[in-house]
Structures are given as C-alpha cells and as structure tokens.
Design a protein around this ligand. Structure first.
Ligand code: CA
Length: 374
C-alpha cells in the first residue's frame, strides 16, 4: 500500500470508528428514551405470505430450512410477517414455483435457479454448472463478487427478487452399477443426471434419463437406469441406493456447490416496510449458511454409515475420465453462451471471478488440503 493510500485508509478507519458512537447517540436521542417512540416503519400491519417450494413435503434440510426460515421471520418481526410454507406440488407443481412468484400468485419460493433453465437459461450459473465453482467460491462470487447484482438485474424482468438460500457443497458423482475405468464406459450409460451435466454425458455417448426422485430406487434396482446421481451421503442414504448399487463414485463434477435460491415477488417485497425487508434478507443469510453447514455435517456422518452398512465400493473417477468430461463441458458451455447473450454476460462474470478465485485458492486452500490437512 502506497504511503498516501495508507494514510487515507487510516484516516477513514478512524472516522468510521468515531462515527459509530455518534450514530448510536443520535438514535437514542431521537427516541428520547421513550419506548413508545418506535421508528415510523413499524406500523403494526400484519402480512400473510405463501412460500411454495420445489422440495417434496418434509424434505430433510432443504424443506426443513424453508420452514425454519418462516419461523425466524415470524419471531424477528414479532409476528408481523407470517409465511406459510408449501411442499412441491401442494399448491403449485414444484417446477412452477418461479412462475407462481413471478405472476404474484404467491409471494415467495424456495428452490434452485437451474430449475428455471427452460424459462431463464442464464439462471443456471446462479445454481451450478459442470466443472463450476464450489460452495465457498459460489458464495463469494454471489455475495461479494458482483454475482448477486447480475442475478437481481436478470430476475427483475420476471418480477422476482432473488436471495441466496443455501448450498449443497460438493455433491457425489453418483451410484453406478457399471465400472467407469475409461470414458468408453460412459457409452450407452443410462444415467439420471439433469441439466447441463446430462448434455455432457450425451457428448460422451451416454443417455441422460429424466426420472422423478420417487422412481429412482426402483429404476436403478431393475436396471431401467445404470446409474443415478442425487446429492450426497445424507440424502442418498435415505434413498437406500447403498443397498442396490455396486459403486459410489466421487466427485460430483456436474454439481460442485449448487447454490439454492429464495425468490420474492418484486411488488410484494417493495410493499414491505424497510425493517421487514431487512428481516427477510437477514433470515436468508442465516438460512444460506445453516443449509450449507448442516449438509456438510450430515454428509460426513452418513458417509460413515454407508461405509459400514453398505456393500457399495466407493471410488474416484479416473483422471482421464474427468479430463475428457471437462473437454465436453467446455464444448457444451461454449455452445450454450453462443446462443444466449444474457448467459454470455453472466458466464463472463462467473469465469472472470473463477480465474481470480483459482489463483488465490492455489496459494492457500490447495496448500491446506495438500500439506496441512492429514
Ligand atoms: Ca444432484
């Protein structure tokens, strides 16, 4: 830091430090110590909202988190904002949650941006793309690296204000009843894998099968599909895949840190007094972190259970397979952004941030994993 910059920095820091007590005393003199002198924003008006989700009713962690979010908002607002949460299909079909918020049928949704890829293709970058960023990097890009500004701008056309609502962390590569020793083994592989990951599998000669979660176990058991990805050890264990699959492959190259989303109808959000808006934003921050840490903790716990209770063999995709999938991914993304100017803009921001994050993690995180963590 140059001498002059440093001097200015210290001056600003000192100013900030003295201005905090100044603000506090200004606030307390304004209210004059009288508790009935509440800020003008607290009108006492009550709001009743509906939140639709893409999660099956009572879905662990993700659905649970949506319910907890509603409780936090109710408690923080002293009961002025009540949100009723609906599981996928209870009020509207799961994948119509975005439309329901956009049209104002409901005020809120909980899901993930790649579910709306049919309507807003560029939105996939705000959830996850193959060979994309991990949870730490996605959070950093979206919260502090300009990603959220782009997300808000793109959703404004649809009347929706997005918030981060969690992250799955690095997912597993999936459950396979076929060994993957080379990219040739992907040929003819029938696998449940959604989105851009599915397009990459198709470049490798496989068949991406769309199969609802409720049918996955039976389809894998009966050989209708050869493989399926889901999330990670915690959710996968509950599906019972460890009882019927031969191999559990890592890593989830197609979902390295899927960001989850809360969407709020723009008019509904703007009609709220400022303090309720801040409460929603604050509760979203809490949900974002809680969902991520809960998944990390539960996945570590359930990995042990799968190892001890299942006959499944846990394997890493060979480097050669990963490198070939990376090449196919580059082709899929290049084709995608060439056909969509908005996707290109988002990808440019995503990619520029990723390059910087990589240089930093090469020097720190990778050294941690390679040298410190034993
Ligand atoms: Ca998945």
């Amino acid at each position: 830091m140059a001498k002059l910059d440093r001097k200015n920095f210290l001056k600003k820091t000192a100013l900030a430090a003295v201005s905090i007590p100044a603000i506090v005393s200004a606030c307390s003199s304004e209210s004059n110590g009288n508790p009935s002198d509440a800020p003008a924003v607290q009108t006492g008006k009550k709001y009743r909202w509906k939140m639709v989700t893409t999660w099956p009713p009572n879905f662990p962690i993700l659905g649970e988190g949506a319910e907890m979010f509603a409780e936090w908002v109710k408690d923080m607002s002293g009961g002025r904002l009540n949100i009723k949460v609906y599981g996928g299909g209870e009020l509207v079909p799961a994948l119509e949650a975005f439309d329901a918020v956009s049209s104002g049928t409901v005020e809120m949704s909980s899901g993930a941006a790649y579910y709306w890829a049919g309507k807003v293709p560029a939105a996939q970058f705000f959830a996850s793309i193959p060979f994309g960023m991990n949870a730490q990097q996605m959070n950093t890009w979206l919260i502090s690296g300009g990603g959220m500004e782009l997300w808000r701008e793109i959703y404004a056309d649809f009347n929706v204000v997005p918030f981060l609502g969690g992250n799955t962390g690095v997912q597993m590569g999936g459950w396979f009843n076929r060994e993957i020793n080379s990219i040739e083994d992907m040929k003819g592989l029938k696998m449940r894998i959604p989105g851009l990951g599915g397009k990459v599998l198709e470049k490798a000669g496989g068949a991406a099968v769309l199969s609802p979660g409720s049918e996955l176990y039976t389809n894998l058991e009966r050989g209708v599909i050869d493989a399926t990805e889901w999330i990670g050890p915690f959710h996968d264990y509950r599906m019972g895949f460890h009882k019927i699959a031969k191999y559990y492959y890592t890593p989830g190259w197609h979902e390295l840190g899927s960001a989850l989303e809360l969407g709020i109808n723009k008019q509904s959000f703007e009609a709220l007094p400022k303090d309720l808006q801040v409460i929603l934003e604050t509760a979203a921050f809490r949900l974002n972190l809680w969902t991520w840490t809960e998944l990390e903790a539960k996945n570590a716990e359930f990995l042990e259970k799968i190892k001890s209770e299942g006959k499944v063999e846990i394997r890493k995709f060979p480097d050669e397979v990963i490198e070939q999938l990376r090449t196919y991914t580059d082709e899929v993304i290049a084709e995608f952004v060439a056909s969509d100017a908005t996707a290109k803009r988002v990808y440019d921001s995503f990619n520029a941030f990723r390059q910087k994050a990589k240089a930093w993690s090469d020097l720190t995180e990778k050294v941690y994993y390679g040298q410190i963590e034993k």
